[in-house]
Design a protein. Structure first.
Lengths: 366, 352
């Protein structure tokens, strides 16, 4: 691994005794160093067109997920299906700041939003949910396992926390190839308690890997609230022991998310090693489609929807910029049409042929 | 508990109720918490919420948070702390929410739990029971459907149990918890609420009315290592466990084959005598499991049968198993070793 570890700074990861100035952040590592520069200018200044773009993407995710929920209810989608409703600003704000195709993204099973934020065709995503041949993984992955080489989107992983280590590997490869790319690795507040997350933090910091770790803190891991599972509930602090600076961000405001992305990505692109972002957000729907949601009150959910909805916020902001009601209505109409088309496609496409069972198990067929 | 039918009470024996498998498991856990203050339940969402399949519903309320509690999502840690608790004398019953999530804890199971007794020459032991729902048929795709039992039967120092009825689930779970060795207790989740027989296009029957759903109240145990003959017959022996017992039964019934069906109940320790006696009688043997074929537990069974019953065999041992692929998201019923594949194997066996 020598090449990656030594390429830019000249220090070896495994070299002779290091004094602390060799370490990530040097002598004066400060957990909140980036938080402070972020606080100085907390929101991204988007042009009207940019904000319309964010709004459209967020609305597409919301409408797509609502439709997926309906198709599930109709029995067209089966098994496990986790909706992203409420968290739209996170994927849109962060991914809009990436260099598509150059930077890589990896996430867990709540992955539809991240795919859509990349502009991947809703039709092939929906067809994957319904398990059809035309789906992006030929129906073999399903809701939780979707990938796109074109967009350097590395999935879609059903095992909680596993993607974080994979992300560190992707970041290693970016550095090894010296391709200027960074990796964005998403995981949940619940996943943040998996041991391998901390093994990855240590390696990423030790080897100064270009990775942004993103905790999507939607306050719950299935039925377990953050308070009931975590000794440190401020997730942006969780990299402290590894000298990874953290930033706490309001994940319900797309412009704040975007601004945090700029700060974090710049730091990582300059070769300073990893950053840990905590995006505070909320999932409106159940954990998956079969969640009785007894662990929180209706009022709690309603409260968040009414006071901090990311889409309503962007909409109000657009209105403030002078975008008229007609334009916004038209956007909604177009998106509904696109989603309906995706659903129709996903319903009509054939199921994979049984011979697909044996494809892509290994290189050779057997 | 809701939905329990009260059966007439015979004074001679404990009252019997009709329970689903999930209710029977809950009952066993409740009884063991009551009987033994060293029993502790831990796992993801098992306390406050009562488990994603409701196996621990009501138990935290009844037995308190120090004995029935939620853990973070940390399977390696959950199993590791259970080994330590057990070594100190407690009797932990960790739940791994789906068998598919057990792998982060494999190191602790294989390197620590399974070997503590051996390497301490019996001074320290790991009396823990890892409960975990397993198997397919619920459209769970590759991360919610696997049957990894052979990974565990391959490890010396672990016991592996798979019940197929509510009655057995309760008695076996009680034995597992009382056992002084680490036990992997795989619960076939497809039959938690009814004895699924493989005919996926027909409505699933509930447990009520099935003989295996008659569960005595209170404490009883079923020894590990004792198979159960589900039905006797003379044409062939069918070896199965978990969900596949019910599928095999339905197929034999529909085809009118006079098969002897043996529900192994525990894979390690294995009731080899029951297997041997039956195959010597019938001369034909079919092994059925959901897990992938290569190095599956069926391979072990086939090897044992030929070692011990070779001169009684009239045909090669047949295996019906999952295919050697990850569990697919679509094509579940093409993958599942259902009635068609079992029926074909029976025909081949009878023609041989
Ligand atoms: C290793 C592993 N353990 C447990 C699970 C079951 N599981 C799936 S999602 C989930 C909760 C994860 O919560 P969080 O990380 O906060 O993500 P969120 O669902 O809130 O997006 C759990 C326990 C799993 N898929 N993999
Ligand atoms: Mg969460």
């Amino acid at each position: 691994m020598a090449k990656a570890a030594t390429s830019d700074s000249g220090t070896t990861a495994s070299g002779p005794a290091r004094d602390s100035s060799d370490q990530a952040g040097g002598d004066n590592f400060e957990l909140r160093s980036l938080q402070d520069s972020f606080e100085s200018e907390k929101r991204y200044t988007a042009s009207q067109d940019e904000l319309i773009g964010f709004y459209k993407q967020m609305l597409l995710i919301r409408r797509f997920e609502e439709k997926a929920g309906q198709l599930y209810g109709l029995g067209l989608i089966g098994g496990f299906c986790h909706l992203y409703i409420g968290q739209e600003a996170v994927a849109v704000g962060l991914q809009s700041a990436l260099q598509e195709g150059k930077d890589s993204v990896i996430t867990g099973y709540r992955d539809h939003g991240h795919m859509l934020a990349y502009g991947i065709d809703p039709k092939v995503i929906m067809a994957e949910l319904t398990g059809r041949q035309a789906g992006i993984s030929h129906g073999k992955g399903g809701s939780m396992h979707m990938f796109s080489t074109e967009h350097a989107f590395y999935g879609g992983h059903g095992i909680v926390g596993a993607q974080v280590s994979l992300g560190a590997g992707l970041a290693f490869a970016h550095k090894y190839r010296d391709d200027g790319g960074i990796c964005l690795a998403y995981f949940g507040d619940g996943a943040a308690n998996q041991g391998q997350v901390y093994e990855s933090f240590n390696m990423a910091s030790l080897w100064q890997l270009p990775i942004v770790f993103v905790v999507e803190n939607n306050q719950y891991a299935m039925g377990t609230s953050v308070k009931r599972s975590s000794a440190e509930t401020e997730f942006y602090r969780r990299g402290t022991a590894f000298r990874i600076p953290g930033i706490a961000v309001n994940g319900m405001d797309v412009l704040e998310v975007r601004r945090a992305a700029e700060v974090a990505f710049a730091h990582v692109r300059e070769g300073n090693g990893p950053v840990l972002l905590e995006l505070n957000t909320y999932r409106y729907r159940g954990h998956s489609m079969s969640d009785p949601a007894k662990y929180r009150t209706r009022e709690e959910v309603q409260g968040v929807r009414e006071t901090s909805d990311p889409i309503e916020r962007a909409k109000a902001e657009l209105a403030g910029m002078g975008v008229d009601e007609e334009t916004l209505k038209q956007i909604d109409k177009d998106i509904r049409a696109a989603v309906a088309e995706a659903a129709d496609f996903a319903e009509k496409s054939p199921e994979p042929d049984a011979s697909e069972l044996y494809t892509d198990v290994l290189v050779e067929s057997y | 508990m809701a939905g329990i039918e009260e059966e007439p009470v015979s004074l001679a024996e404990a009252p019997v109720r009709s329970l689903s498998m999930i209710e029977a498991i809950n009952d066993a856990l409740d009884i063991m918490l009551e009987r033994d203050p060293d029993v502790i339940l831990l796992g993801e969402d098992i306390g406050y919420f009562g488990g994603v399949f409701r196996a621990t519903a009501g138990l935290q309320q009844k037995h308190g948070k120090t004995r029935v509690f939620d853990t973070p999502i940390s399977e390696g840690g959950i199993i590791g702390v259970a080994v330590g608790m057990g070594a100190y004398g407690l009797r932990p019953v960790p739940e791994i929410q789906f068998a598919d999530y057990i792998y982060p804890g494999l190191d602790q199971l294989i390197s620590e739990a399974a070997r503590l007794r051996y390497r301490s020459a019996g001074e320290f032991i790991a009396p823990m029971t890892v409960r975990s729902p397993f198997g397919g048929g619920i459209f769970g795709g590759q991360t919610h459907s696997q049957s990894p039992e052979a990974l565990f039967t391959h490890v010396s120092g672990l016991k592996t149990v798979v019940p197929s009825t509510p009655h057995d689930a309760k008695g076996l779970l009680i034995s597992a918890i009382e056992d002084n060795d680490p036990v992997i207790f795989f619960e076939p989740k497809r039959i938690y609420n009814g004895p699924f027989d493989g005919y996926y296009d027909k409505p699933t029957k509930p447990w009520k009315g099935h003989p295996g759903a008659r569960v005595p109240e209170g404490y009883y145990s079923i020894p590990l290592g004792k198979a159960h003959t589900v039905r006797s017959g003379s044409a062939m022996t069918v070896l199965a466990y978990g969900t596949m017992v019910h599928v095999a039964e339905a197929v034999c019934r529909d085809k009118g084959v006079d098969a002897e069906i043996i529900d192994l109940r525990t894979l390690v320790p294995l009731d080899i005598e029951a297997v041997e006696n039956s195959v010597e009688k019938t001369g034909r043997c079919l092994v059925v499991h959901e897990a992938t074929r290569t190095s599956g537990f069926g391979a072990e069974l086939a090897a044992l049968v030929q070692e011990r019953c070779f001169y009684h065999l009239e045909a090669p041992v047949e295996r019906v198993t999952g295919f050697d692929t990850p569990y697919p998201h679509s094509l579940e019923w093409a993958y599942f070793p259902g009635p068609i594949r079992i029926g074909e194997a029976i025909d081949r066996l009878m023609e041989a």
